[in-house]
Design a protein around this ligand. Structure first.
Ligand SMILES: [Zn+2]
Length: 175
């Protein structure tokens, strides 16, 4: 990643949590990403496994081909998430921030056995069920796209891919 960034740093249990944004957005970095330490607390508690890596960075880049990507310890986001405090009153991107953070467990720490189950890396319905009820997002489950992701996974479960090398579908367990 090459560019001119402002870096705003928080901490979580002694580990660096950093936000890389365009310099003009430095004053807004915590408004955009500042719930990350609370999310780390929340996922660590709910999953029973503390965040497994030695730091966590989030970087906003331009012309990114997708919404975001969960590289281990360093997620990258498209610049749509980079808005000022005024715009954040109308739209927030906590759902994608939480999503990429969740991948530090599902998809990064633990991943599926083969490509047939890549959808299981997107275990959002399970986690978003929790998030929707989470005290840090009271009444904001609609922000998290809960229904969209529930439909996404239930469609997958109704007609899962069945390559000859794939093991039987695992049983999904909600927390
Ligand atoms: Zn994902």
């Amino acid at each position: 990643m090459v560019g001119e960034f402002a870096i705003v740093k928080d901490q979580w249990q002694g580990k660096e949590v950093s936000y890389y944004v365009a310099p003009a957005f430095a004053p807004h970095a915590r408004a955009i990403f500042g719930k990350t330490p609370a999310m780390l607390d929340f996922f660590s508690q709910k999953l029973g496994i503390a965040y497994p890596w030695n730091k966590y960075a989030q970087a906003v880049v331009q012309h990114f081909v997708s919404g975001a990507m969960e590289n281990t310890t360093a997620s990258v986001f498209y610049d749509y998430v980079q808005v000022d405090a005024r715009s954040l009153q109308d739209e927030h991107h906590e759902s994608i921030i939480a999503h990429e953070l969740m991948h530090q467990w599902f998809g990064n720490l633990v991943t599926c056995e083969n490509w047939a189950y890549i959808t299981l890396n997107e275990l959002l319905p399970i986690m978003l069920n929790i998030l929707g009820r989470a005290p840090i997002w009271p009444g904001r489950s609609h922000y998290l796209g809960l229904e969209h992701w529930q439909n996404y996974l239930s469609g997958f479960c109704q007609s899962p891919p069945a390559p000859s090398s794939a093991p039987a579908m695992p049983t999904l367990t909600t927390f």
